[in-house]
Design a protein around this ligand. Structure first.
Ligand SMILES: [Fe+2]
Length: 383
């Protein structure tokens, strides 16, 4: 082994069924007043939050709830939450929910110690740099896709530029990631499949990335296998099986390591652009694009052969790889099509042009031109 590599993961991870009961102890050691960010779903699903509230009170942590309503969080709503947190003298943020809820929590925690509106800190749109550590932040994921509980960025929609951008800093890593697979058993089949494929894509793009290293490869390959075997079970008769759900939570966490320590590629570059220009939900976009991106890279990168062996037990041809995904998506009940999202052939040039500027595509392990992106999109659109 000759390479020098770095792996950075400052978030303390607490993982396992029932882990959410650890939150109040952790919170008591971090602050006196918490802002708890959550989604409407968890506000209705009262049992978990009632228990959390009761234990926070018992541990002398005052707290208030803030609902993160949009699945595509807006910088503007983060600013309102920060104002509320300041007026309430909040010194700790807890987020319980999917990736966007965690991203909102992460942004509030950092902006409480960095002056100015969220838009100012968005990559490409703003010019401010994060200079200070935020207030302590506890991330509690309830889906198994984004890996946001262990990443250093938060994706927000900028109303001014109409683009989805990230606030990114080494200071953005959550203080604690409390990962309780029990919280994911109520995730419906479609969301289990979609978020699972998002995690799958983090692991696959992270594995193929130019920035991957031996350690990220170990995590990524392990995670790819977990999803390959467990996602079909979770989408069928084992939805409530804690062992299956634990494997998906672990895969999502490992996907977060790939996001933070390796990098993404063509699929995430295009998906981010489709999300901004055409409002396609992130996980649907990556699910549609992933097979086409891998077919494009087939024959251009040695690691694709290894990936194919992991998936299909042989290196296989382009069409065998495409068919493997068709069968896999059938097993998990995923049938999203690009054509369903109001994309017309005349939109493709603009989408490809915009995607070329993304960091994900700039870091692609295979050289890619605008025409290649247009062809990938055309193939996706033809299905
Ligand atoms: Fe993703």
């Amino acid at each position: 082994m000759k390479e020098i590599f770095q792996f950075f993961q400052p978030t303390t991870i607490i993982f396992g069924p029932g882990a959410v009961s650890e939150v109040t102890k952790l919170a008591a050691g971090l602050g006196k007043k918490a802002l708890v960010i959550t989604s409407n779903f968890w506000l209705k699903e009262r049992k978990v939050l009632q228990k959390l509230s009761k234990n926070l009170v018992k541990n002398k942590v005052r707290h208030l709830y803030y609902p993160a309503v949009s699945p595509e969080p807006k910088a503007r709503s983060v600013n309102s939450a920060v104002s509320l947190a300041q007026s309430e003298h909040v010194d700790l943020v807890i987020a319980i929910g999917g990736g966007s809820v965690l991203d909102v929590g992460k942004s509030i925690a950092i902006l409480l110690k960095n002056f100015g509106r969220a838009e100012r800190y968005l990559e490409l749109d703003g010019s401010y740099k994060i200079r200070n550590k935020g207030v302590p932040f506890i991330a509690i994921p309830t889906t198994t896709g984004t890996g946001s509980e262990v990443t250093k960025n938060a994706v927000l929609f900028n109303n001014k530029t109409k683009m989805k951008r990230s606030i990114r800093s080494e200071f953005m890593f959550p203080t604690y990631a409390v990962i309780d697979p029990k919280l994911t058993v109520s995730l419906p089949q479609d969301l289990t499949a979609l978020t699972g494929i998002d995690a799958f894509t983090h692991l696959i793009e992270g594995y193929l990335s130019k920035k991957s290293n031996i350690l990220t490869d170990v995590f990524s390959v392990y995670g790819i296998n977990l999803i390959k075997h467990s996602l079909p079970k979770a989408c069928k008769d084992k939805a409530k099986d804690i062992d299956v759900r634990s494997k998906l939570s672990l895969a999502s966490l490992l996907g977060g390591f790939a996001l933070s320590n390796s990098s993404m590629g063509i699929c995430h570059g295009l998906a981010g652009t489709l999300g901004s220009i055409k409002s396609i939900p992130h996980s649907a976009a990556v699910a549609i694009l992933l097979p086409h991106v891998l077919v494009f890279m087939h024959g251009k990168l040695d690691k694709i052969k290894i990936l194919s062996k992991i998936l299909m037990k042989k290196s296989g041809t382009k069409s065998e790889l495409r068919n493997w995904f068709r069968t896999f998506y059938k097993k998990i009940g995923l049938n999203h099509k690009l054509v369903d999202f109001d994309i017309k052939p005349e939109d493709l040039k603009n989408i490809a042009q915009s995607a070329l500027k993304t960091n994900s595509i700039k870091g692609s392990p295979v050289s890619v031109k605008k025409i290649d992106l247009i062809n990938i999109l055309k193939k996706a659109l033809a299905e």
